[in-house]
Design a protein around this ligand. Structure first.
Ligand SMILES: *[C@@H]1O[C@H](CO)[C@@H](O)[C@H](O)[C@H]1NC(C)=O
Ligand SMILES: *[C@@H]1O[C@H](CO)[C@@H](O)[C@H](O)[C@H]1NC(C)=O
Length: 305
């Protein structure tokens, strides 16, 4: 073949191209100029034509005497590979409302879309990223292809709401010159207090006594929710305080979640009605619910601060 080629290299274009490829294979020239078999309808001759590069299409196939004529694709059409197409391909991909365009339609590329920020792809649909449940934090934020990854909060950190954030470190009370009121866990922060009642052990703390010391009513509000460990009691207390029925979904919630929610509710109430009013109502509700042991525990706790 090689000798034939040398002997009469221009005898036939097809042979020449084929020979050229074999001869130049070693320096890779063939890779950059792919060819195709073409049967010339006029001369009935079998030819080897050059293909067109990406972004172009074959306007005219080669003949015995002329090379392939390639032409750039018109707007909204493309060819991605070396080709011998007589028409470019239509940019057929369209982004939907949950997607954004990451590749515009141009001569060499079809349009390409990916899920918008906040969404990822699940079998070709964009679905919102999951939030990490209470007590867990984001270890890897979601991206267009993958959902958020969550893990339980490690020692010394917490996440008190279903979120798209990593776990936060507990605050350090001693650094602020305060005492620990409620130690943090993976579901809630450490709560600090400046309350130091300094009463002799055994004396019943009443709300009017607590109010004499800075921050004690706030401390009661932070303390109580985390001392009640039965979901039923937490729900009943919350109902009694808010004087309304809770949505049935609350029956599926964990103790930790109910504690955090009761606490949030109390903080909200405190911000509108004042700490004194809320602490008083809270202690009254515990008495009515015959939860004396919680009140006793609280007295001991505050006297020990
Ligand atoms: C089309 O876009 C791609 C990347 O976005 C780029 O690499 C390529 O050169 C573009 N093609 C044309 C013909 O502009
Ligand atoms: C709080 O900070 C102090 C001083 O920086 C440190 O010794 C102590 O271990 C910290 N406590 C916690 C619970 O991180």
């Amino acid at each position: 073949m090689r000798s034939v080629c040398k002997w009469n290299p221009f005898r036939r274009l097809s042979k020449w191209v084929a020979c050229c490829c074999i001869v130049l294979w070693g320096i890779g020239a063939c890779n950059s100029q792919p060819t195709y078999q073409w049967h010339d309808p006029q001369t009935k001759e079998g030819l080897v034509c050059r293909q067109c590069e990406p972004g172009k299409f074959v306007e005219k196939h080669c003949t015995k005497h002329t090379p392939t004529v390639c032409k750039p694709c018109p707007g909204l059409y493309y060819t991605h590979f070396w080709n011998y197409l007589e028409k470019c391909l239509y940019c057929s991909v369209f982004c939907n409302s949950l997607e954004e365009e990451v590749q515009a339609c141009n001569g060499t590329h079809n349009r390409a879309c990916q899920c918008k920020p906040g969404y990822h792809s699940v079998s070709d649909f964009c679905v919102p990223h999951s939030r990490c449940p209470v007590g867990t934090g984001v270890t890897q934020p979601g991206n267009p292809l993958e959902d958020t990854k969550c893990a339980p909060c490690p020692e010394g950190t917490f996440s008190s709401s279903s979120s798209t954030n990593p776990c936060q470190p507990h605050q350090n009370c001693s650094e602020q010159g305060l005492a620990v009121n409620v130690p943090g866990d993976q579901f809630h922060d450490t709560f600090c207090t400046a309350c130091r009642p300094n009463k002799p052990v055994g004396i019943v703390i009443r709300t009017d006594e607590l109010s004499e010391t800075e921050g004690c009513e706030e401390a009661v509000i932070d303390y109580i929710p985390y001392q009640i460990k039965a979901p039923r009691r937490l729900r009943r207390l919350r109902q009694r305080l808010s004087k309304s029925l809770l949505p049935t979904a609350s029956h599926r919630k964990s103790v930790n979640q109910l504690q955090v929610e009761l606490h949030s509710y109390l903080i909200q109430e405190k911000n509108t009605k004042g700490a004194r009013d809320v602490a008083k109502k809270l202690m009254g509700a515990l008495r009515d619910m015959k939860l004396q042991h919680i009140l006793e525990k609280m007295q001991k706790h505050f006297l020990g601060l």
